[in-house]
Design a protein. Structure first.
Length: 240
């Protein structure tokens, strides 16, 4: 089984969804769709008279994507503007267009300010009218289980990279949904005179800092920590 196919199987089994780009091509960070969805759903709870249903996040326009500055995780979506698509029910306490406008602004603001996702479109569809008192969070699917994180050999570059990441404010712990939490490989880019190493880290972050800012700092710290200053990609699989 190829690496790409294996990653697809793992994500399907654990339900973390697609890997969405955080920021632009220079940021080198991705977030699991399930983690991003949870944050947007929590934000939607504050919209009065609304119950959110299906919610998906995808690339808005495949023609408006870019090649990431660092190697992307297997099957990750390319950096570019994102589209949020959601269904919702609402009460008649205010006109539906006004409710939709508020919900659209709420989701777009949460995506940018809490996560750092570049959302340019929010498509909403009303699925029904609610009685007063029915609004609020819909039943939520349980979060994805986290696989055990393998211990890194003391003194190894994996251990040094892990320690550097864990020292960044906002990082809760490393995760292993896609495999090893710290994955180091040697790459041979076409046309390059010499190979270079690439590090991919998978982690969970807190909700007190914007996710993209934490990922940026992790990349900087890990790159500085390792003597050959490898390229670094970050995958956020959970937000606490």
């Amino acid at each position: 089984m190829t690496a790409d196919r294996w990653a697809q199987v793992v994500r399907h089994q654990l339900g973390i969804g697609r890997l969405l780009p955080l920021g632009d091509a220079r940021d080198g960070a991705w977030i699991a769709e399930r983690a991003a969805e949870e944050v947007l759903r929590r934000a939607a709870w504050d919209a009065p008279g609304v119950r959110l249903g299906m919610l998906r996040i995808a690339v808005a326009d495949t023609a408006d994507t870019a090649e990431p500055a660092v190697p992307a995780p297997p099957s990750a979506l390319p950096p570019g503007p994102m589209r949020v698509t959601a269904e919702f029910g609402a009460t008649a306490s205010q006109p539906l267009p006004a409710t939709a406008t508020l919900l659209r602004e709420t989701l777009a603001t949460a995506a940018e300010q809490r996560l750092g996702l570049t959302v340019t479109e929010v498509d909403l569809r009303v699925t029904g009218l609610l009685d007063e008192g029915e609004e609020g969070p819909a039943e939520r699917t349980p979060g994805s289980p986290e696989l055990p994180v393998a211990a890194q050999a003391k003194g190894s570059d994996e251990a040094r990279a892990a320690a550097a990441a864990l020292g960044v404010p906002g990082v809760l712990h490393l995760t292993g949904t896609l495999g090893h939490p710290v994955h180091i490989e040697l790459l041979f880019p076409e046309g390059a005179a010499l190979p270079h190493r690439h590090v991919r880290l998978e982690l969970a972050v807190g909700s007190d800092r914007r996710t993209r800012d934490v990922a940026r700092e992790v990349r900087t710290m890990v790159r500085r920590t390792l003597s050959d200053h490898p390229t670094v990609a970050v995958v956020v699989s959970a937000i606490g």
